[in-house]
Design a protein around this ligand. Structure first.
Ligand code: AMP
Ligand code: MG
Length: 331
């Protein structure tokens, strides 16, 4: 069955617009909703049965913990059992916003949310619809990205509907998301370290505290131990992805190639060319939509022109490397 779609303008809406979604959440059901990073598939984080549906709908293995979304620092404290000074400082600097912190969990958080870990990932999102939904529900929301497991995260309601539409009751359409990549995940258990790079980058974080950079290899080799959701097969489109110059299109002996191009240039024969923004914020905002569009076009390959290599582009490199890993594309 097609889901009910609620159109909400993030810049001008009434609480009444969100009431049907709040009712659903409080009835233990799921609602897909926009955050500033990507669209989330939300359930009451304190209701283990509701959270179980999230795993079923996404086809996500139970070993992948979910992020708990809150609408205040007070509420973040209520799902954690320790709130160190560094968490307070990070929250004051980056919340509401695209930063997730991993901390020791409170007993009130069901084990299914954290995949049995004694830590919980918590984020206070900036998106006005996400904030209002959590506030009105009066409960934190567990919400992974609203796509099938291993697919590309959704940055529009249309992406959500294409990936999960037949399994969802309700989708809040608040237009395209602003950040476009999943949140930065920082563990504050032990010395602070990045579990997943995001658009709050190392330079931003180091204004508050010394934070160890993300170790990509750790997750490839021992992903289950540290940050289960960082499985390699995340962020993969159906097409095979190669990070190389658009001029390599000639050697790809296939019918249709998608090209994410940075430097611009003339049209390319038998290619579906997308000219990407040259600034990291703009690029991040459009990356997943570009990958979704290549898949929709039926591209067999996607050529991604290598972006600059500096801290501002770390999260983008992390996602395109994952998309390009041959193991991801082989399933
Ligand atoms: P997603 O829900 O798809 O945005 O992914 C959630 C991410 O949060 C996962 O990829 C994990 O890296 C991270 N995460 C969630 N909970 C924990 C936790 N308790 N410990 C470490 N990482 C976590
Ligand atoms: Mg995801």
């Amino acid at each position: 069955m097609a889901p009910k779609i609620i159109n909400v303008d993030p810049a001008a809406f009434d609480q009444a617009d969100l009431q049907p979604a709040v009712d659903k959440i409080l009835a233990g059901e799921l609602v897909a909703f926009p955050t500033e990073t990507v669209y989330g598939l939300g359930a009451n984080a304190l209701d283990g049965d509701a959270v179980r549906h999230i795993y079923q709908v996404k086809g996500r293995p139970p070993g992948n913990p979910l992020i708990v979304h809150v609408s205040s620092i007070e509420q973040a404290k209520s799902v954690t059992s320790e709130w160190p000074e560094v968490a307070q400082q990070m929250a004051e600097q980056f919340w509401p916003g695209p930063l997730t912190m991993v901390l020791p969990k409170a007993d009130s958080v069901p084990d299914i949310v954290t995949a049995g870990l004694d830590t919980v990932a918590v984020r206070f999102p900036a998106h006005p619809i996400a904030r209002a939904l959590i506030e009105m529900a009066g409960t934190p929301l567990a919400a992974p990205s609203a796509n099938r497991y291993t697919g590309i995260s959704p940055t529009t309601a249309q992406h959500v509907i294409r990936s999960l539409g037949d399994q969802l009751d309700m989708v809040i359409d608040g237009g395209p998301t602003d950040v476009g990549l999943e949140s930065t995940v920082v563990s504050l258990v032990g010395p602070p370290h990045v579990l997943r790079p995001g658009m709050v980058d190392l330079d931003d974080l180091s204004e508050v505290a010394a934070v160890e950079p993300h170790n990509d290899r750790l997750y490839v080799e021992d992903e289950a131990a540290a940050s289960p959701g960082m499985a390699r097969k995340h962020y993969a489109p159906s097409a095979r992805v190669v990070i190389t110059s658009p001029s390599m299109r000639q050697v790809l002996n296939t019918k249709l190639v998608g090209i994410l191009r940075l430097a611009g240039g003339p049209p390319i024969l038998d290619a579906f060319v997308i000219d990407m923004p040259s600034d990291p914020d703009g690029y991040a905002r459009q990356l997943y939509d570009a990958l979704h569009r290549c898949d929709e076009q039926g591209c067999e390959y996607i050529v991604i022109e290598p972006p600059p290599k500096n801290t501002r582009w770390d999260a983008i490199w992390n996602r395109i490397r994952r998309a390009a890993s041959s193991e991801e594309s082989s399933e």
